[in-house]
Design a protein around this ligand. Structure first.
Ligand SMILES: *Cc1c(COP(=O)(O)O)cnc(C)c1O
Length: 360
């Protein structure tokens, strides 16, 4: 089989079992004589797929009935606008925690709609750390507090969930959702583009506390209203049916792995061994504060950046793909989401050790 270990930050690897399952059902989904892509989203077969996916996600994450789960389009980037449009209500200010490139994008978009207060920023550190709870300067009058639990580009992950009192907490979980158990009741809104840890691109998950689904700001397009989608069961218009189906297969796969507690153990182990390999060598370097290192995205540089091209070419030849770092950070980045097998991390570490022996 020609499968490689793909360290892309997104779209990222999907579990091979999920792809095989989808392949087996591709031409004829359970005797319907058609693929899931070709079905009406309002027909019984797809409704069953949709309901099962939602039920499995609720089960995996422990999402209570007081939350709506929306299967939308538009990516996490659309949520940068939908969050203020739907949550501001009569308020005109929101708090944002700035920990990297994705926080900055969320802030820039929110500024189109309200006064953004930056409750903490780690920009001075070059976005290599996350603020402590005591460092958050929160405004009790804010409509909500927005943060990015895992900065996909910088590889910075909060080791805790910020405490925001009565102000709803909004999290862009695009690159960390489903990587470990979380207490959903701590959040007002959780959103995530699917293409990192959920399924194919084109689907965006939004988990929103029902009491926050109000009247959106005047002039909000119908499609940008949480109420529209909550009332229509995410079927106000044609939803991304195939991506929804594949996400459902990923949820079933996660349950078969033992759920999020089991995934957390595997993810922690994968990340710890990769960081240990980086820290144990003078040849590789990761700049992130060890307390805030991401389990999902591991950036690293070589002692001699002139070797970057050789490293990437040889890694690629060894079946270790898409390790090039984000253009804003340089160096390498290994994204090791749920679907990256531990064997992939082991292979990367073995390759890095061998590369250092030859070039270090
Ligand atoms: C990838 C990513 C985004 C952008 O997601 P799209 O689905 O492409 O809009 C936003 N936030 C974070 C944290 C990401 O990792």
């Amino acid at each position: 089989m020609g499968r490689v270990f793909n360290f892309s930050a997104g779209p990222a690897m999907l579990p091979t079992e999920v792809l095989e399952h989808a392949r087996a059902e591709m031409l004829d989904y359970r005797g319907t004589g058609m693929s899931v892509m070709e079905m009406s989203h309002r027909g019984r077969d797809f409704m069953e797929i949709a309901e099962r996916a939602e039920a499995d996600l609720r089960d995996l994450m422990g999402i209570g009935d007081d939350y709506a789960v929306l299967f939308l389009q538009g990516g996490a980037t659309s949520q940068f606008a939908m969050v203020p449009l739907n949550l501001l209500g009569s308020r005109d200010t929101a708090d944002y925690i700035n920990t990297g490139q994705w926080s900055k994008k969320a802030i820039a978009e929110a500024r189109r709609f309200c006064a953004v207060r930056v409750a903490a920023s780690t920009e001075d550190s070059g976005f290599t750390t996350c603020p402590a709870q005591e460092e958050l300067e929160l405004n009790p009058g804010a409509a909500y507090v927005h943060y990015t639990p895992n900065e996909t580009i910088g590889g910075v992950e909060f080791p805790y969930v910020p405490e925001t009192g009565a102000v709803p907490l909004v999290a862009d979980m695009s690159s960390t959702i489903l990587s470990r158990p979380i207490d959903v009741s701590r959040f007002g809104v959780i959103y995530a583009g699917a293409q990192k840890n959920v399924g194919p691109a084109g689907l965006t998950l939004v988990i929103v506390r029902r009491d926050l689904i109000g009247e959106p700001r005047q002039g909000t397009p119908t499609m940008f209203s949480y109420r529209t989608h909550a009332e229509a069961g995410s079927m106000f218009n044609t939803p991304p049916t195939y991506a929804w189906y594949l996400a459902g297969l990923v949820f079933q796969w996660l349950k078969a792995q033992g759920g999020l507690a089991a995934m957390a153990q595997i993810n922690r182990r994968k990340a710890e061994k990769l960081y240990a390999a980086i820290d144990g060598s003078d040849f590789y370097h990761n700049p992130v504060d060890p307390a805030c290192r991401s389990w999902m995205n591991v950036p690293f540089t070589l002692a001699d950046p002139a070797l970057d091209k050789t490293f990437l070419a040889e890694a690629e030849a060894a079946g270790l793909k898409t390790l090039k770092g984000h253009r804003s950070v340089g160096g390498m980045r290994a994204s090791i989401y749920n679907a990256m097998p531990e064997a992939g991390v082991d292979a990367l570490i073995a390759f890095m050790e061998e590369f250092e022996r030859r070039y270090g």
